[in-house]
Design a protein around this ligand. Sequence first.
Ligand code: GUN
Length: 281
Amino acid sequence: MKGAPLAERIRAEVADDVRELGEVGLATLQVGEDEASTVYLRLKHQAAAEVEIVSVDRKLPHAITENELLGLVADLNADEAIDGILVQLPLPEHIDEARVIAAVEPVKDVDGFHPFNAGQLYLGRPAHVPATPLGVMALLAEYRVQIDGSRAVVVGRSDIVGKPVAHLLLQANATVTICHSHTDDLERHTLDADVLVVAAGVPEVVTADMVKGGSAVVDVGINRVAGGLVGDVDPGAAERAAFLTPVPGGVGPMTIAMLLRNTVTAARYRRGLLAFPGIGR
Ligand code: GUN
């Protein structure tokens, strides 16, 4: 399951949407100089520029205080030209990540990390949904993988990928199992999976012999090892699986395309073209 062709199509749709909407603005905040974060943000801003989303890349010193950062988030919340706000994670240890995420106005939370948006997803009434899980679901749909009634196994329980993708699979009527670092006999679960989504952040934790024949396997991992970039799944799994996403070139391009789409959705919410779901709204 290649991500690039689908991602390109989605970016083209987003570019049309941006032309129709007029100016759409995205702001990102990066604290400190985490190397991977810098790379991801560069890709996000390049992609935004290509679809003519106006993007602002705020790079802040590692020593910024939590209150200063909260002040910047408040400024962006109030900025009419900004439709989407993304606080790149991880934040330094001296900053309470949960507090900063909760400070982002939910309608502008294009990462879908705010407790309101996470809660909406849990309730099956999605508002902003995190980009990587959306990308995973779009890939599965593109390749016509049957989700309804399937046994879906998610390896990893992060707030960014594992938990939200498990909810999306559940909403699509899969029977969902979430495995994690304390799971006993991981293979017993993965071998049973018609749909296997691996987002553990452990190089090739799923080996070829752990994959069910004819299944669809989505590898969300990007691990830098001595030999280069590897995923969380041994590429040899392609021998058994009906579908497998490559690393790189699978989920990665989809994440960025979905972030752009979420930014357009935020712009629609803010212009009253779409109703932002929520209590009493
Ligand atoms: N860090 C790793 N992945 C992500 C992501 O999707 N969004 C943000 N904001 N930070 C991340």
